[in-house]
Design a protein around this ligand. Structure first.
Ligand code: MN
Length: 233
């Protein structure tokens, strides 16, 4: 097959302990999936899960032990961090029952659902799509993927985000409103999941703004942490 121009390289995320990388298909995100975060955003915390997407090439790989630079995006004066557990799908499927979800999971990673909150809020008010607030370039920093078998107790893991050394978000994966298996069940009713799909599972309370010069340290126990420095574009 000849193409009209050279196709872009496949987006991928390295896997801890392997030389092979995980090729990314789609990025799904769950909205408001921790009760305290739902409340801080003005909601009750009890509602069916809902989803939005980021483009696969929004991935910004943050290697373990390194400081990764994220350019501060344009059009915003209120860029927010959201620390999230990312689930990497290894085996696709549709209408996956929660009881069967585990076998579809390849592994887990630490991710940041970076958000142009001012633009997202404008879109919310007008009943318009969130894309401009959520799906911009470099909006999905993500650490190396750890195979699921190496983190059997992910449901009990702690999740945290520090900004410039100060704790801003701290919770556990057990606090998810819709747990990992239920999220896969719900998501696979709406889309055929494919190998390579990433699922950002939602953020705990404590979201806030960052500025150029700030350093974000994101951790989930058992996974490779990420360190992201905001730099001028
Ligand atoms: Mn989020």
């Amino acid at each position: 097959m000849n193409y009209t121009f050279t196709p872009p390289a496949t987006v991928s995320v390295p896997v801890v302990g392997l030389s092979d990388a995980f090729p990314v298909h789609r990025i799904y995100c769950v909205g408001r999936n921790y009760e305290e975060h739902a409340k801080e955003m003005g909601h009750s915390g009890r509602e069916a899960p809902f989803f939005f997407m980021k483009p696969a090439d929004a991935v910004l790989y943050a290697a373990p032990g390194a400081t990764t630079h994220m350019p501060y995006p344009n059009l915003t004066a209120n860029l927010h961090y959201e620390i999230e557990l990312v689930v990497a799908i290894g085996t696709g499927g549709r209408n996956i029952a929660a009881a069967d979800a585990q076998k579809h999971i390849y592994g887990y990673a630490v991710g940041l659902d970076m958000t142009r909150r001012d633009l997202q809020n404008d879109m919310k008010k007008q009943g318009r799509p969130w894309c401009i607030g959520k799906g911009f370039d470099h909006s999905a920093p993500i650490g190396a993927i750890t195979p699921a078998a190496e983190v059997p107790s992910i449901d009990q893991a702690s999740i945290s985000l520090m900004v410039n050394g100060h704790m801003r978000q701290s919770s556990t994966i057990g606090q998810l409103i819709w747990n990992i298996a239920e999220t896969i069940e719900q998501l696979s009713m709406a889309w055929d999941l494919q190998p390579g799909d990433l699922i950002f599972t939602g953020t705990p309370a404590g979201v806030g703004a960052v500025a150029v010069g700030d350093v974000l340290q994101g951790d989930i126990s058992g996974l490779a942490g990420i360190r992201v420095a905001m730099v001028a574009a």
